[in-house]
Design a protein around this ligand. Structure first.
Ligand SMILES: Cc1ncc(COP(=O)(O)O)c(C=O)c1O
Length: 443
């Protein structure tokens, strides 16, 4: 069992004194010391199998040798010179790679930033500049980030908006399909049609922004029919498609980009999280004409396109390709989903298992009939996993978030799931007290 000492407590107390609580979503007292592949060690020397991958950022595994080499080599040359004023090779090399691997057989341009949120802002700015239209359509339960722009298009919960004053105007929300909790595709499409007939003329809408698979909503995977119709409405009315692939990108779903699963070539694709294997970087890749409709320097960040991050990103993409990580995500992901489905036969609290590749959600409910979310049990399972040596978090209050590095082996997956099942059993047997999860905030 994981043991912590005064050392860990002191570090956490200091954090609590110094850091804004609102920047954190604490789960358990894990102070990371080092990490390699799918394993993480805390400052006490406890070892964990990582089912979180730093929130789907570490797709190629922690501290992959090839990424380390690229970073070291670039650091030795120069750490930064802003590509806004000068040129550097890692910047161009990565842009070339992104243009090549993103969906869409058309001329593209790339713009870098430092966070998914900032790149979502960029996508909105590009869409508005190009179309000359103001309105943006987004979805309930979507998460696009925390800058004012990305928050404005996030339908994640009114708490996030409290006290924020006026957000970006002319943003409209419609429902997103949720086959488990009964939000039907046709109902969602009807809301879109109603929006454009009753509220906002289609010719005033610049773009629809969507996560191809909603992540923070608890892994919601629409059926193909939904996207066929959304795309049709958009194409008929000159509305741009902005795919926010910050979460789904770089192999997470078993495809390089989830747009490929739905056969859509978005006009703009937003990238972040795993793009640079943990180094700070994000990007938008869009049709040339859209990405050139704005004025310089409307989307400029001094340290964006940092050469060390760019070198890490190119190396990371090469790792995904060379080590066949898309295939591994599908193989290990399917195995994990089957194991969770098998657990359903023994554990009543598992209401649903869904996912694609290694983007898996396990819905924990009070009752399979009512599908009422069991927030307390979910938090306890994650807490027990930490005690037993697995890093596990949750979305949407009750959906276990199973998103390990794409390098995870079958053996590691098996070991991790043995611990997850043992933790579920412990929680069912009342071995985790309510007090243990007082501190768990989760999402
Ligand atoms: C789909 C999606 N878009 C945007 C963001 C925001 O990215 P960042 O936290 O890097 O600003 C996230 C972050 O979790 C995300 O999941």
């Amino acid at each position: 069992m994981t043991e912590i000492t005064e050392n860990t407590r002191r570090i956490i107390e200091k954090e609590d004194r110094l850091l804004s609580y609102t920047t954190r979503v604490p789960y358990y007292p894990l102070v990371v010391d080092r990490a390699k592949g799918s394993h993480v060690w805390d400052v006490e020397g406890n070892e964990f199998i990582d089912l979180l991958a730093s929130a789907a950022v570490i797709n190629v595994g922690h501290n992959h040798e090839k990424v380390l080499e690229a970073v070291h080599e670039q650091v030795d040359r120069f750490i930064h010179y802003t590509p806004a004023y000068m040129y550097h090779v890692p910047h161009t090399k990565l842009a070339e790679k992104l243009v090549e691997i993103t969906p869409g057989d058309f001329e593209k341009r790339v713009a870098f930033a430092l966070s998914g949120s900032a790149s979502v802002d960029g996508a909105i700015k590009a869409a508005r500049s190009y179309t000359g239209r103001n309105h943006i359509v987004s979805f309930y339960h979507s998460y696009h980030g925390t800058t004012i722009g990305s928050l404005s298009v996030s339908g994640y919960g009114s708490d996030m908006r409290k006290g924020m004053g006026s957000l970006v105007p002319d943003v409209h929300f419609i429902p997103f399909p949720d086959s488990y909790r009964g939000k039907r595709t046709e109902e969602c499409l009807e809301s879109f049609r109603e929006l454009i007939t009753m509220i906002v003329p289609a010719e005033s809408i610049a773009a629809v922004i969507y996560e191809p698979i909603q992540g923070d909503a608890g892994i919601l995977i629409p059926e193909q029919a939904f996207y066929i119709e959304v795309e049709k409405i958009c194409r008929e009315n000159g509305i741009l498609l902005i795919a926010d692939e910050v979460h789904t990108g770089f192999g997470r779903t078993g495809a390089m980009f989830a747009s490929e699963l739905f056969h859509i070539d978005p006009d703009i694709i937003v990238l972040g999280k795993a793009i640079a294997a943990g180094m700070p970087l994000s990007a938008i890749v869009g049709r040339k004409e859209i990405m050139e409709a704005w004025h310089t320097p409307v989307h400029f960040f001094n340290t964006a396109g940092n050469p060390v991050s760019c070198a890490a990103a190119t190396a990371s993409i090469e790792v995904i390709e060379e080590e066949h990580l898309l295939e591994n995500a599908v193989t290990v992901g399917n195995y994990m989903m089957e194991r969770f489905k098998d657990m359903m036969t023994r554990h009543e609290c598992i209401g649903d298992v869904r996912g694609s590749g290694l983007m898996i959600g396990v819905d924990i409910v009070k009752n399979r009939e009512s599908k009422e979310r069991d927030v307390q049990t979910t938090a306890k399972i994650c807490y027990r996993c930490w005690e037993k040596g697995v890093i596990l978090a949750f979305f949407s209050g009750c959906v276990l978030r199973v998103e390990p590095p794409l390098t995870m082996t079958m053996e590691e997956a098996k070991d991790a799931l043995d611990i997850v099942e043992a933790s579920i059993t412990d929680v069912e047997n009342g071995l985790v007290p309510d007090s243990a999860v007082d501190q768990v905030r989760g999402l």
